[in-house]
Design a protein around this ligand. Structure first.
Ligand code: SAH
Length: 386
């Protein structure tokens, strides 16, 4: 069974309303409405067949919601009046709401979104020559506690639902308007996407579905700190581009920077990356945050080239973006240049990420939203209260 189907099934199991859609009206009364934004094509097909409708209703409704931006059932003119009424009784289209929109001097947009539970997440749009990248969040906060990332300081509340993940793309598309195209989506905002596996996969299915956003698999990138078993699971159900936050060339340094490395050390991580690109997939992108005196020496550049020699890869060097209380400094321009040159001389494709949107705290690792943490961490470490 593919994961979208599994998702649809688990959705029905967890949602009595969906499970009872075939039941008489009076038996359904009082059950919460199904948020249609939570369903990818398979899930929505099951929803409609549960209502006794034809499966093609799923494509019709996906087009209305995701292509036309229509969230009012009454405006869905190719559905019968009776079906529209039925949908408004048992379904809803509920989106996160925009609390704040900021625009950087470099054209980067950042939205602060309010979720129903009171938490807030952030979404960023980065326009570049010939493309526009949307960076979306997958969790409220994060559990991984990477020492150079400000999201880590916020603690963790919960996984985002499919609706809250795809809702970020829906909202950005509407807010940017027809003239500004979102050509790429990266799951590089708040959270660890592979720890919210089913919801992230269903949302990515919608991003790539021709009746929704129609992005190619090359233009949807999932970034992970390295949850090894979930990388293998992803390989079985999806073809999206994979980015891995590497940041170090030996386990001692990586244990400090990315504590999940204690559970899934470098060797196991690189083997999983190799397995992911085995077959038809392209290269893995390795992200490497440049930290002064920590991971930026010429010897470490050479070690990185050696480490990646067996993996089809490219390296993206990310200048460290500081935040209040951060225990690191960004590497000097000279150190970054030298590091990049060593990688390139070793035959690797090594690019350098331009810092964007830092004047509005929209750069990598600066996204914090507002997290009502369920962990104890933020009581001692809170930054950016909002
Ligand atoms: N959990 C996922 C996705 C979120 S982080 C992951 O670890 O990949 C997205 C990217 O931003 C990662 O490569 C992360 O290492 C990087 N990043 C986090 N904090 C940063 C900071 N302060 N400066 C620069 N990059 C940072």
């Amino acid at each position: 069974m593919n994961s979208a189907l599994a998702h649809a099934n688990s959705f029905r199991d967890e949602n009595p309303r969906a499970a009872s859609l075939g039941a008489p009206e009076e038996e359904r009364a009082g059950l919460p409405a199904v948020n249609l934004l939570d369903l990818d094509r398979d899930g929505l097909t099951r929803f409609f067949t549960g209502l006794g409708e034809k499966p093609f209703r799923a494509s019709q409704v996906l087009k209305w919601i995701h292509q036309q931006g229509v969230v009012d059932f009454d405006a869905m003119s190719n559905l019968s009046k009776a079906l529209r009424r039925r949908l408004s009784e048992c379904g809803e289209i509920a989106l996160p709401t925009i609390v704040l929109e900021q625009r950087s001097v470099d054209g980067t947009h950042k939205w602060l979104l309010q979720l129903a539970c009171g938490n807030r997440i952030e979404t960023v749009f980065i326009p570049e020559e010939g493309r526009g990248t949307l960076c979306i969040s997958s969790q409220v906060g994060c559990t991984l506690n990477c020492s150079f990332c400000s999201t880590a300081r916020q603690g963790f509340n919960r996984n985002l639902s499919v609706a809250e993940i795809i809702g970020q793309l829906w909202m950005a598309k509407q807010a940017l308007g027809e003239k500004t195209q979102i050509t790429n989506v990266v799951l590089m905002g708040m959270g660890e996407p592979l720890l919210n596996f089913d919801n992230v996969v269903a949302a990515m299915n919608l991003m790539m579905d021709d009746v929704a956003y129609g992005l190619s698999k090359r233009r949807v990138t999932l970034s992970t700190a390295g949850i090894v078993p979930a990388i293998d699971r992803l390989a079985r159900v999806s073809d999206v581009s994979l980015a891995v936050s590497l940041h170090a060339t030996d386990d001692a340094v990586r244990n400090d920077l990315v504590p999940i490395n204690r559970k899934y050390p470098l060797d196991a991580l690189l083997q999983a990356c190799k397995r992911y690109v085995d077959g038809a997939r392209r290269k893995v992108t390795f992200e490497y945050v440049m930290l002064d005196g920590i991971n930026d020496s010429p010897a470490q550049a050479k070690a990185l080239a050696r480490l990646l020699s067996g993996v089809p890869s490219k390296v993206n060097l990310i200048p460290f973006n500081p935040f209040p209380g951060a225990p690191y400094r960004c590497s000097s321009t000279i150190a970054i240049d030298r590091f990049q040159e060593i990688l390139q001389r070793a035959g690797l494709v090594a690019t350098r990420r331009k810092t964007r949107g830092d004047d509005i705290d929209a750069a990598c690792g600066q996204l914090v939203g507002r997290v009502d943490t369920r962990t104890r961490r933020h009581k001692t470490n809170a930054v950016h209260p909002s």
